[in-house]
Design a protein around this ligand. Sequence first.
Ligand code: ATP
Length: 463
Amino acid sequence: MELTMEKIVNLAKARGFVYSGSEIYGGLANTWDYGNLGVELKNNVKKAWWKKFIQESPYNVGVDCAILMNPQTWVASGHLGGFSDPLMDCKECHERFRADKIIEDYMDEHGMEIEGGSVDGWTKEEMVDFINDHDIVCPSCGKKNFTDIREFNLMFKTFQGVTEDAKNTVYLRPETAQGIFVNFKNVQRTSRKKIPFGIGQVGKSFRNEITPGNFTFRTREFEQMELEFFCEPDTDLEWFAYWKEFCINWLKTLGITDDQMRVRDHGKEELSFYSKATSDIEFLFPFGWGELWGIADRTDYDLTQHQNTSGEDLTYFDDEKKERYIPYVIEPSLGADRVTLAFLCAAYDEEELEGGDKRTVLHFHPAIAPVKIGVLPLSKKLSGGAGKVYEMLAKYYNCEYDERGNIGKRYRRQDEIGTPFCVTYDFDSEEDGAVTVRDRDTMEQERVKIEDLKEYFEKKFDY
Ligand code: ATP
């Protein structure tokens, strides 16, 4: 089976995973709304992250910080003043692109050495000169007629309060990490954690991306699941290796296989100036390899920046060693929407069954499956007893009750939305107090007493 994005997008729309945003108004470019199944799937993904990274971790605790932050935060982080993108437009076809990227691609293609590995340090004039002096044309129309470079900041800007003037400008956060850094002292005090410890957060981030696309892979509004793990200087590389392994295992336990992912370690020339080590965990999407998870050793950069900008002491005192220092930080940062898309792609399969039948099936790990159990009475006449089974199971799991159509079609429908188990209530159930449980992947069926169902499923859904 060849998996295409078209198949994923169509299934997502038809079954209620993801719709395009503001559809009745003709949409809003690159916005997506999660539907009745999508919200369950993404919530389950976030829950699975929280369970392993926060709840079960002896080291980590969580926070949930405001999206709007004091703008000084962004001065300290480098997002204001620092990381702005140099944009250029083609005067012929109005295609927009990043001048730095087009230069780097050109140099790469022509085997030219870039000092320091990137053109980050170049001025606007240097970029314009390079583009004019070389055979660089618009990637879209092939002509050579460009505007000047404009500095572009990826942060969404808005105003707090009634007056829209500069002093009321605030930004939507472009990452959740900074809320953690500014609360480092608060959390350390209230949680009474000693280093090493981590703080995690799940929440929305906003980036005015120039080239969003590939469905929910890159959007301007997205959710992140970030951990900032604080450790003693000189122990950072060990913790970096520890968390990298931990992240890979999390993906594996939820069903991503070795051939669907790879780890890409950044070379020296690619590292940010403050980072000692960075690795990306990439997933093989239908459109190619794409970054899922960025794991970075950020040294003491962030806390030092915030200490210098705020004037607050952000050092940590180690009671045992009687030493004071600014902790080092390991940051595994994962996109909730991206990894949800990866799980959807990884789960998708079209199977040829005995007798020539075909079925589309999503092999979700039970922990992330949006519907856990389908409750299906064999006949509408059995809705009384089947309804009771549904009520009992719905207390613990997101279940779907479906009594319409023939049982084979109802199984296929549950397969297609990735429901790991179906419970069929038949005429014998009235007599023997038992139901048939069908496994999505093996399609095997077994008879289970209704009174044992709770315990039976507890084991199946253990994660
Ligand atoms: P990319 O190179 O894909 O733009 P990045 O290196 O800028 O990503 P980070 O700043 O490291 O990304 O963000 C951490 C994670 O957040 C990414 O690995 C990704 O999963 C997610 N993420 C970042 N930008 C977006 C976006 N525009 N849409 C969806 N997810 C995103």
